[in-house]
Design a protein around this ligand. Structure first.
Ligand code: GDP
Length: 704
């Protein structure tokens, strides 16, 4: 009986165009989630095969073989070994590509030996004539005991043939390619005798891999058949050799390559793009261009979003009946949603550029270029992208760490990326620098203020590298890593791949981190607009009374009165009380309770600092805000010592605090999402903020 839904597992080496085939099969019918308990992304989609049959397609992580070396690869093995898994496929589709067929087939023969019905896709058929490659498909099908779909996901050819092969999967042969006992007859024959009802190759995988496979059974198998580690390795190598012998024999009769027809543009480009000097120059040129565009292009939509939400919030406040609910909406929920939506342009543009670089094949050259340098710090060549995109915003940057295969390197990258100076620190730096660093020029032309700003960027990057080194030393994670640098050929990016990638990443951010940002904004709103005491509740009356006592109230601008009331309220709100409560802890850093409130509310997002101080210092919006708040800050005097509050010592202390502290709940949310646990964001939060406190303390105590 035929099924109405056929479960398909899409498997293949990285860079063979598996995602493109998946996109062609499923279009927008995709869902992205995580495998339970781990961070590996789980992508699945639906594809209509005929009027009443559809395929549920699971896009498994790219893997070179079934000899797992990363959690991504474990996912593949675990699924294929566990028949009871609800996703266990009816049919496996192994994607390969014309140029690297030999290497790609290694994985294919392993999957075949698990005796699952298997279809072979040879993708990138459009490159065959360019590379002078021809296939004898009937011979290949006979030798590999499979059906082949010759596909070009770029030219959209062969997809319907693939669909009809999936539809008729029941007619596929499940005969293995390699008889496992040829690897070592004695060992394997014993194994077969001990477990006559089990598949030999499956037993072998259970013995060699650390996969979660029905624990009892696994221990039993392992106990009686474990060999020394080196013996197992030797057998694995033997297996690989046997497989390649088989593949070579097959391709000798089924494939023809006429190298004289191939072009060598690729070699020429590679020579320039991975050159010791030009390679870096070109890379940094491209980066400059990208960041300029991200800033320039996102500014317009970001301003638009900002204005729209501000007016929406004002509209709500003015048109809905006054009360708690209206306040929650206009001061909590709407700004909260705006705090999510405002990141969308940056995320979308960054991923637009990253996917173009990836799709074109250029990214692999950059990774190759950077790998040696980054590896010294426990990072991967691929960490360069997150570290640099962190200058715009840590959120898309941390998301872009996903394509680092090695979990330890990826984790380190995620943990250190927030040290890079993001754009939210910029307004804080700008105002503090203008307060404490004189407007002087060094050597007659270099602005001292500009140099300070650059220094802060360098400190951030240096700190990222330094903590990576420390983490590399202390993190004891067992991640087997043999890094294979993949050098795919250059290609014009496929629009569909780029577009789907941008949509998927943006969606992941909005639905993942977005929820947490919204929830935290509402909590912060509540804490800032509610207070436990009568002082808070009767703020209006108290302030008016105080003012009346001191001067003629009619002579004071109404706006100033409003501001006085809201600053009084803030002082007696929960956040205000918190600010005062932490005063003893922050006084040694040179801050008073008002700065304390700004620092505390900055833990929601750094850019709140200036705004909060503006509210506290009673600054109205009627004049040029930047100048006014700056003047107000410059004029703040410590009532006890008579000194300026924002002096060189406290300013430097604040700058260092903002450089190092983890003050961004969106980042915490995204780290939680990407690492799938609260452990890492908490460690990151404590370490970064603790370090920030310490350096700020030392700086102030030395400089004061
Ligand atoms: P994955 O790593 O296996 O998921 O591969 P992707 O789907 O991301 O594709 C890797 C690269 O191959 C991208 O640059 C694609 O544009 C390109 N690509 C995918 N399919 C084809 C194809 O049929 N022909 C050509 N010429 N390029 C392709």
């Amino acid at each position: 009986m035929s099924k109405s839904t056929i479960k398909v597992a899409l498997i293949g080496n990285p860079n063979v165009g598996k995602t493109s085939v998946f996109n062609q099969l499923t279009g927008l019918n995709q869902q992205v989630g995580n495998y339970p308990g781990i961070t590996v992304e789980k992508k699945q989609g639906a594809s209509k095969l005929s009027d009443n049959v559809k395929a549920k397609i699971i896009d498994l992580p790219g893997t070179y073989s079934l000899n797992a070396s990363s959690i991504d690869e474990n996912v593949v093995i675990e699924l294929l070994l566990n028949k009871k898994d609800e996703d266990f496929p009816d049919v496996a589709v192994v994607v390969t590509e014309v140029e690297n067929l030999k290497r790609n087939l290694l994985l294919f023969t392993q999957i075949k030996d698990l005796e699952i019905p298997t279809i072979l896709v040879i993708n990138m058929a459009d490159r065959m004539s360019l590379k002078g490659i021809e296939f004898d498909l009937p011979i290949l099908e006979r030798e590999l005991k499979t059906k082949i779909a010759l596909v070009s996901s770029r030219k959209k050819t062969g997809i319907s043939e693939l669909k009809s092969l999936i539809l008729n999967y029941e007619s596929l042969s499940t005969e293995p390619c390699l008889n496992a006992s040829v690897i070592d007859p004695d060992y394997f024959n014993n194994l077969r005798r001990a477990f006559p009802n089990q598949l030999l190759y499956k037993l072998w995988l259970v013995i060699t891999q650390d996969v979660n496979f029905l624990n009892l059974e696994r221990n039993e198998i392992k106990n009686s058949f474990t060999k020394s580690h080196s013996d197992l390795k030797r057998l694995q190598q033997k297996e690989t050799i046997k497989r390649y012998q088989f593949i070579n024999d097959t391709l000798k009769i089924g494939q023809k390559i006429d190298a004289s027809k191939a072009t060598d543009l690729r070699a020429k480009l590679d020579r320039v793009l991975t050159h010791k000097v030009f390679g870096y120059l070109i890379f940094f040129g491209i980066l400059m261009l990208i960041f300029q565009s991200i800033f320039d292009w996102s500014k317009i939509p970001m301003d638009f979003i900002d204005e729209t939400f501000t007016s929406l919030s004002a509209y709500t406040k003015n048109h809905l009946p006054a009360g708690e609910f209206t306040n929650l909406l206009s001061e909590g929920i709407i700004p909260g949603i705006s705090g999510i939506v405002i990141f969308i342009p940056q995320i979308a543009f960054l991923f637009l550029f990253i996917s173009i670089l990836e799709e074109s094949g250029y990214m692999s050259r950059v990774v190759f270029l950077m790998d040696k340098i980054m590896r010294r710090f426990g990072l991967s060549g691929k960490s360069i992208v997150p570290l640099i995109s962190g200058t715009a915003c840590a959120i898309p940057a941390i998301m872009s760490a996903r394509n680092i295969e090695n979990w330890k390197e990826r984790l380190i990258t995620i943990l250190v990326t927030p040290f890079t100076t993001c754009s939210a620190r910029l307004p804080v730096y700008a105002i503090l620098i203008s307060l404490i660093i004189p407007e002087e020029r060094v050597f007659g032309f270099l602005s001292l203020q500009g140099l300070t700003l650059m220094l802060l960027y360098l400190i951030g990057f240096g700190m990222a590298v330094l903590s990576a080194t420390l983490l590399n030393y202390f993190l004891k994670l067992n991640c087997k890593s043999y890094f294979v640098i993949e050098m795919p050929s250059y290609k014009v990016p496929m629009f569909k791949n780029v577009a789907l990638n941008v949509i998927e990443k943006t969606k992941a951010f909005v639905t993942g981190a977005g929820k947490i940002i919204l929830a935290l904004s509402i909590i912060l709103w509540f804490l800032g607009s509610h207070g436990p005491t009568n002082n808070f509740k009767n703020a209006d009356a108290i302030v008016l009374q105080e003012l009346e006592l001191s001067q003629n109230i009619a002579s004071i601008e109404p706006e100033l009165i409003e501001n006085k009331i809201s600053s009084y309220k803030l002082e007696h709100s929960y956040i205000g009380i918190l600010g005062k409560a932490i005063e003893p802890a922050i006084r040694p850093l040179g801050y008073d309770w008002k700065i304390g409130i700004a620092v505390v509310s900055s833990f929601a997002a750094r850019e709140v600092f200036v705004g909060t101080l503006a509210t506290i210092y009673n600054v109205g919006n009627h004049s040029d805000e930047e100048v006014t708040i700056k003047n107000r800050m410059a004029a703040e005097i410590n009532p006890v010592t008579g000194e300026k509050i924002f002096n060189f010592a406290s300013g430097i202390s604040l700058l260092l605090f903002y450089a190092f502290a983890m003050q961004c709940m969106s980042t915490i949310a995204i780290v939680k999402k990407e690492t799938n646990s609260w452990k890492w964001p908490l460690i990151q939060f404590v370490f970064m903020s603790g370090f920030a406190y310490l350096t700020a303390l030392i700086a102030y105590q030395i400089l004061k």
